[in-house]
Design a protein. Structure first.
Length: 348
C-alpha cells in the first residue's frame, strides 16, 4: 500500500483530498495528518480514522516515513515544505499555487531525486477536456483561432480577514495566481505554447496589497489569440472557456468543477459531433488516480511550470506596461523572484 500523509487539515483537505484518497483505498492508506493547530488536526484525524497526528512536518516525515504527502497548506509554506518532503524521500502532491514565484518552483524541482513533485491541476483530467485535446490533436475540429478564458469569481472583504490572504509575502499574488490559474492551465493544455502577453491589472475594490482583477491578451505560437480575465469582484460567478476553431466552437461554463454536461458544441458542419466518452468530472479524484500511477510507474508528474511562466508574464506585462515574450523571464529578471518584480506597492 502507498502510505500517504495530509499536511494542512483545513477545508480543501476534507472537501477534495479525502474523497480522492478514499477512491484510491485499494492502493493508498492515510497514515498521518499534520497541522500546526493540534486540536484541528486531532478532530480531522478522529473524523476520518487517521491513526497518527502531528503538529510538525519534519517529525511526521521522520516517524511515519510516508510515500506521498498531500500539501494543503497556505501558499507561502509550499516551497519549503515540498523541499523537506522531497529530501525525506516522499513524493509531493501540492495544492495551487505550488510556489509564489518561478524561483521557488525551480527550487522544488532542484530538490527532486527519486521522489518527485506534482501540482494539483484537476481541470485537465475531466473527460471533456481530454476529449477536446484529442479532437484538436486529430485535426477534426480544425485549427484553433480565438479563445476566451474567464475566471469571474466573488470574494468579499471578510474573505481577506484570513491573515495570509491578500499579501505578496504570503499569498504571492491576487486572483491571477490564486484563482484564475486553473482556467489558464486548462487553456494552455488545449492551445499549447504561448508566445506573447500584454496585460493590465489593478486593485479596484478590496483592501489588499495585490491586484483584485487582471485582463490580458495572449498570442500563442500557433497564432491563436486569447483574452484572459481574472477577477474576485464578480457578483455572478462563473468559470468560462471558449475555443473558436475553424470548424467548431467549444465552450465550457462551470464554477469550481465540470462534467460533460457543462460543455457546449457549435458547428456549421453536418458531419461533426461532440460525443465525449464516459462522464469523468474534473476533480481531485480524477487527478489523484493519474498521480498515483506516476508514483507506481516512476514517471515525473507535472509541476505546472508553463502555467506559472504565463502567470508571471501576465504580472510583468501588467506592472511594466510592456509586452512579455515567452522565455524572457530568466533567473536575472526581478519577476523571476517575485510576481511584483520588486515593486510590492504597485497596486496600492
Amino acid at each position: 500500500m502507498i502510505r500517504t500523509a495530509i499536511v494542512g487539515t483545513g477545508g480543501i483537505a476534507g472537501i477534495c483530498h479525502l474523497p480522492a484518497l478514499r477512491a484510491q483505498a485499494h492502493r493508498a492508506v492515510i497514515v498521518a495528518a499534520v497541522d500546526v493547530d493540534a486540536a484541528r488536526a486531532e478532530a480531522f484525524a478522529a473524523e476520518h480514522g487517521i491513526p497518527a497526528v502531528h503538529t510538525d512536518l519534519h517529525t511526521m516525515l521522520e516517524e511515519q516515513q510516508p510515500d506521498v504527502v498531500h500539501l494543503c497548506t497556505p501558499p507561502f509554506l509550499h516551497a519549503e515544505q515540498a523541499v523537506a518532503c522531497l529530501e525525506a524521500g516522499a513524493w509531493v502532491w501540492c495544492e495551487k499555487p505550488v510556489a509564489l514565484s518561478l524561483a521557488e518552483l525551480d527550487r522544488i524541482r532542484a530538490a527532486e531525486g527519486p521522489a518527485r513533485a506534482g501540482a494539483v491541476f484537476q481541470h485537465r483530467y475531466g473527460s471533456g477536456a481530454r476529449y477536446l485535446r484529442e479532437r484538436i490533436a486529430a485535426g477534426t475540429l480544425g485549427r484553433p483561432l480565438v479563445a476566451q478564458c474567464v475566471t469571474a469569481w466573488y470574494r468579499d472583504d471578510a474573505y481577506y480577514d484570513v491573515p495570509w490572504r491578500g499579501t505578496w509575502e504570503s499569498e504571492g499574488g491576487g486572483p491571477t495566481l490564486g484563482h484564475g490559474i486553473h482556467q489558464m492551465d486548462l487553456m494552455l493544455e488545449v492551445l499549447g505554447d504561448w508566445a506573447e502577453v500584454r496585460a493590465m491589472a489593478g486593485r479596484l475594490a478590496r483592501d489588499v496589497q495585490t491586484e483584485d482583477v487582471s485582463a490580458a491578451l495572449v498570442r500563442f505560437e500557433s497564432g491563436a489569440l486569447a483574452t484572459v480575465v481574472n477577477s474576485v469582484l464578480s457578483p455572478r460567478e462563473e468559470s468560462y472557456l471558449r475555443f473558436d476553431l475553424t470548424a467548431a466552437t467549444v465552450e465550457l461554463r462551470h464554477l469550481y468543477g465540470y462534467s460533460n454536461a457543462d460543455w457546449t458544441f457549435t458547428t456549421r458542419s453536418p458531419f461533426l459531433t461532440w460525443e465525449p466518452p464516459q462522464d469523468l468530472p474534473s476533480s481531485h479524484t480524477a487527478q489523484l488516480a493519474a498521480f498515483l500511477d506516476d508514483y507506481q510507474e516512476g514517471n515525473a508528474p507535472d509541476l505546472g511550470r508553463p502555467t506559472m511562466e504565463l502567470v508571471t508574464a501576465l504580472y510583468k506585462a501588467a506592472i511594466t506596461g510592456l509586452p512579455v515574450r515567452r522565455g524572457e523571464i530568466d533567473a536575472a529578471d526581478p519577476f523571476h523572484g517575485s510576481l511584483h518584480g520588486g515593486r510590492p506597492e504597485v497596486f496600492r
